[in-house]
Design a protein around this ligand. Structure first.
Ligand SMILES: C[S@@+](CC[C@H](N)C(=O)[O-])C[C@H]1O[C@@H](n2cnc3c(N)ncnc32)[C@H](O)[C@@H]1O
Length: 275
């Protein structure tokens, strides 16, 4: 089989999620999570991915298009314990569901950023945020391997079923550590494999764009986060989506003492704004 380059893989991911955003925008069904089109193909079904993972009360706070476009594998806003006035960043924000919920949690003195590489998703998210009436959101175009925000500017990083899609996971984890303030928190939902599964066994269970083939194992996630400068790392499996592969909650805290741990010390940003 011919090897696929990282650029081709990322482009395949972008195309697939652009189609998903357009399907929602045009009033059709979503991309068919649980039926093989996006995150959630193979053995997984609509109870393992998407809007079913949010409480009815939270869904009630959202425009219909935002819930329809929900393609995640968990609910990071339920685990991140957001506080009034905090600055939150959602990596791979899709149709904006977690950014809108976060914006409501942090209130008018806080800010919620969404970052996504797909124009169609950004357009959908901006429309959804306007419809939800939240004004403290900013949707940025870019890749999660090079976050377009200054160092030490974010209190909480969240993400929902996106890190498994990255073609360079060490870069993502390093970037998260860079943008978080010391002591800042990470609360992520993602697909994670049991350590017994080798990379080719993960690929047998589903495609890369379907969020399975690119998933890290629990041990790889923990080691990657610790190497990037995180402490109190935990990876909790919540629901099995394929044999040996799980929806999981990943939590960690950026160390307060990078020097003691021999990690790069980030210089404070000259300005806290962006873009
Ligand atoms: C499975 S969807 C999840 C969307 C959203 N988090 C949710 O829960 O509905 C993946 C999203 O991540 C974006 N994405 C995937 N890889 C990315 C990358 N390397 N950089 C930025 N965005 C990315 C896609 O465009 C898509 O919107």
């Amino acid at each position: 089989m011919m090897a696929v380059s990282a650029d081709d893989l990322r482009e395949a991911v972008r195309r697939r999620y652009a189609e998903a955003a357009l399907a929602v925008s045009e009033g059709g069904a979503d991309c068919g999570c649980g039926s093989g089109a996006c995150c959630g193909e193979g053995e997984a079904d609509s109870t393992s991915f998407g809007e079913a993972l949010y409480e009815a009360e939270q869904r009630g706070e959202l425009p219909e298009a935002a819930t329809l476009a929900s393609l995640g594998c968990g609910n990071p806003t339920a685990v991140a314990e957001l506080g009034e006035g905090e600055t939150v960043l959602d990596l791979g924000s899709g149709g904006g569901i977690d950014v809108i919920l976060s914006a409501k949690r942090v209130g008018s003195t806080g800010v919620a950023y969404g970052l996504d590489m797909t124009d169609e998703m950004l357009a959908l998210a901006r429309r959804n945020a306007a419809e939800a009436g939240v004004v403290n959101t900013h949707f940025l175009k870019g890749v999660i391997e090079e976050i377009p925000l200054p160092a030490d500017s974010i209190d909480v990083v969240i993400s929902n079923c996106v890190i498994n899609l990255s073609v360079d996971k060490p870069a993502v984890l390093t970037e998260i550590a860079r943008v978080l303030k010391p002591g800042g928190r990470l609360g992520v939902s993602d697909i994670v494999a049991e350590d017994r599964l080798l990379a080719d066994q993960r690929a047998e269970r589903g495609s890369y764009v379907g969020c399975l083939a690119g998933a890290l194992s629990r041990g790889e996630y923990v080691a990657g986060l610790e190497a990037a400068g995180f402490e109190n790392v935990s990876v909790e499996f919540t629901h099995e989506v394929a044999d040996g592969m799980h929806g999981a909650i990943v939590k960690a805290v950026k160390t307060l003492e990078p020097e003691r741990k021999g990690l790069p010390v980030v210089q404070p940003a000259a300005h806290a704004g962006c873009c």
